[in-house]
Design a protein around this ligand. Structure first.
Ligand SMILES: *[C@@H]1O[C@H](CO)[C@@H](O)[C@H](O)[C@H]1NC(C)=O
Ligand SMILES: *[C@@H]1O[C@H](CO)[C@@H](O)[C@H](O)[C@H]1NC(C)=O
Ligand SMILES: *[C@@H]1O[C@H](CO)[C@@H](O)[C@H](O)[C@H]1NC(C)=O
Ligand SMILES: *[C@@H]1O[C@H](CO)[C@@H](O)[C@H](O)[C@H]1NC(C)=O
Ligand SMILES: *[C@@H]1O[C@H](CO)[C@@H](O)[C@H](O)[C@H]1NC(C)=O
Length: 594
């Protein structure tokens, strides 16, 4: 997504001549989502596709042509925009062989399979085309409609490095689509950042001078193929980058800083931005080309303006605005053709170059849980969470409360955070106020989860401690990773109790000594007691069952086949024989050091 943005002077009373209004037809906008997957904790594609279906999301935009995602989308009826990364533009621009291959591998192969999958739903048109393996236009449009050639290739910060490849790549790909009999079914587009145009007032919009030629060629190409102009618009970045940007102008709830542009009055940055594009396109003679919003959204963490309330207000305001079909002053009654929210899920492994918020754009968290109540306007009410998400066991890695915080801890924090995601710790983040020890614990856990809870990843020279007590504090969520595997780590042979004390709680952990895998954990209140009952199983082997008796009554704790006494984690414990053949575990604890 966007890295830079033009600044927009907002308050002006200059009167300008109106740009003639294009006689566009009313279109029904549709809300789609961007599905990026730059994450350490990737949901399986089938869970994501179910999430889309469950939320009635009909359009999805990808940043590549990931076979896993495309296979999961096949037959879903969801319309897909596949992406070609900027890095591929050079080869696609210079080699028609490469372009043929790309289309064959990343488009045609799915069309064939898809066609087979849905053969019984073929349309009349399709029935006539007996010899063709291809599905009909109608069916095909359900499957996929766009290829995004590059992603914001003209971004200012790329200093023009992709600029000369875009149009030649488009021409090659169009040829390849023709060879594959897909012209008309698949349309090529080029998502542009809003930094390709600039202006202080919408009606004065022009493309950046150095882009005039290439954009003219691009728009001419799009126009002749019936493709829309795709633009990414981020009022959040206007606000983030310009301290004098009026906050309420970024949203849709009315503003005390409306922009007067001739007879037009703009009350939100989105419309102002969109009309700047309309004006710029008009100057090239393409004022009527359809516009699709490739990315728009608001992050929830990692910056002071990135929070749940603001994200909800922006996205709901945007959706309501677009679906009201009001359009903009330069295109009244004509909202963008499609609007792809950015994004579906948080992507915790994205570059933080734009800012720490960059990993927090999702309307869902990384694990497919709705972050806030949002009605996508798709007739399905509020967001529904992902189902059947397989998590790793509920355990976290924290800074051992018995270790002091000097020297080593900070080094370990830096190492953990350079690998894993710690963006919420920073100024404006949801975990910014959890204190020095909290910071270290957060970093340790982030790393531990990224390493799929490999026990060695919580060592940190003995400074890490695995806990079953969820260390999340207020809005600050200590995450538990997602399991790639359905069958997670299983039970132990040799196990013993590890006890540790946290606040006035005692924690009991059943640890498999051989593998280091913790199989069971439970929190015991300070004066609760644990009883262990020895039993013989059917084969005559001795077994134990642990019971907890506390305020909540009686609860079975564990089953195991060996007992150990000792001192662990700073807590002494011993087994005592009980009259009924069981054993009581006396917990002798010391309060946590501050
Ligand atoms: C198809 O797309 C994938 C994912 O973007 C890419 O890795 C692969 O190189 C593409 N295939 C060809 C032949 O270019
Ligand atoms: C959330 O962001 C909004 C919009 O920028 C801001 O006005 C508000 O103060 C923020 N809320 C919190 C709790 O930081
Ligand atoms: C925790 O880390 C963040 C980010 O580096 C920093 O801003 C904050 O001051 C730290 N808190 C403490 C108490 O050191
Ligand atoms: C499950 O995880 C193990 C170890 O991490 C790996 O070797 C195995 O291939 C995985 N199985 C599947 C089905 O992904
Ligand atoms: C635990 O029990 C002892 C002795 O009955 C009592 O003095 C102490 O306050 C209790 N501790 C807690 C945390 O309830």
């Amino acid at each position: 997504m966007a890295h830079t943005h033009y600044s927009q002077a907002l308050i002006s009373l200059i009167t300008l001549t109106l740009i003639s209004r294009p006689p566009l037809q009313m279109v029904e906008s549709a809300i789609g989502v961007n599905w990026g997957s730059v994450s350490y904790h990737r949901l399986s594609p089938s869970i994501v596709v179910d999430l889309l279906k469950h939320n009635k999301i009909q359009k999805v935009k990808l940043f590549d042509a990931d076979p896993g995602a495309l296979r999961a989308l096949m037959g879903s009826g969801i319309q897909v925009m596949v992406g070609i990364p900027n890095e591929m533009l050079s080869v696609l621009s210079s080699s028609s062989v490469a372009s043929d291959l790309w289309v064959r591998q990343n488009v045609s192969s799915y069309v064939g399979k898809y066609g087979a999958d849905i053969s019984k739903f073929r349309s009349k048109e399709e029935e006539k085309e007996v010899s063709s393996d291809l599905v009909s236009l109608d069916d095909y449009e359900e499957c996929r409609r766009y290829i995004a050639v590059g992603n914001e290739p003209f971004l200012t910060s790329y200093s023009g490095q992709y600029q000369s490849y875009v149009v030649p790549a488009l021409l090659n790909l169009q040829q390849s689509l023709a060879k594959a009999n897909l012209v008309g079914y698949v349309k090529l587009v080029v998502p542009c950042n809003a930094d390709v145009y600039e202006s202080s007032l919408p009606s004065q919009g022009t493309f950046r001078p150095e882009l005039t030629d290439v954009i003219t060629q691009l728009v001419s190409f799009l126009n002749s193929n019936g493709s829309p102009f795709v633009v990414n618009i981020y009022p959040f970045l206007n606000l983030y980058q310009n301290t004098d940007f009026p906050e309420d102008y970024a949203f849709f709830e009315g503003t005390s800083h409306s922009v007067t542009d001739g007879q037009n009055i703009y009350s939100n940055a989105f419309d102002g931005n969109l009309d700047t594009l309309v004006a710029a396109l008009s100057k090239l003679g393409y004022g009527q080309i359809s516009i699709v919003i490739g990315e728009v959204g608001w992050p929830t963490d990692g910056a002071p303006n990135a929070n749940l309330t603001a994200a909800r207000a922006f996205n709901q305001g945007l959706i309501n605005h677009v679906l009201s079909n009001k359009g903009t002053p330069l295109r009244p009654g004509v909202p963008p053709m499609d609007v792809y929210l950015f994004g579906l899920l948080d992507e915790g492994a994205k570059s933080t170059l734009p800012g720490n918020f960059e990993r927090h754009w999702g309307i869902f968290s990384f694990d497919g849980q709705a972050k806030y109540q949002l009605n996508l306007g798709l007739g399905n009410g509020l967001l529904k969470n992902a189902k059947d998400v397989q998590y790793l066991p509920s355990r976290w890695c924290i800074a051992n409360p018995y270790s002091d915080l000097s020297g080593g801890m900070t080094n370990h924090l830096n190492i953990a955070c350079s690998a894993a995601d710690c963006t919420t710790l920073n100024y404006g983040g949801s975990c910014n106020a959890i204190g020095a020890k909290g910071n270290i614990s957060y970093a340790f856990n982030s790393y531990y989860q990224m390493q799929k809870q490999n026990s060695r990843s919580c060592e940190f020279d003995g400074l890490g401690l695995i806990t079953f007590l969820n260390p999340s504090i207020g809005q600050c969520r200590f995450l538990v990773g997602i399991s790639d595997n359905i069958s997670s780590s299983v039970v132990s042979h040799t196990s013993f109790w590890v006890l540790s004390l946290r606040d006035y709680k005692i924690q009991i952990i059943n640890l498999d000594v051989m593998s280091g895998v913790i199989t069971q954990g439970l929190n015991v209140a300070y004066n609760d007691s644990v009883m262990i009952e020895r039993k013989k199983d059917d084969d005559g082997n001795e077994k134990e069952e642990g019971f907890l008796s506390g305020e909540d009554g009686f609860e079975t704790l564990y089953e195991k086949d060996e007992t150990t006494d000792g001192v662990l984690g700073g807590i002494e414990f011993e087994f005592k024989e009980m009259p009924v053949g069981g054993a009581a575990l006396d917990l002798v604890g010391v309060p946590l050091p501050d």
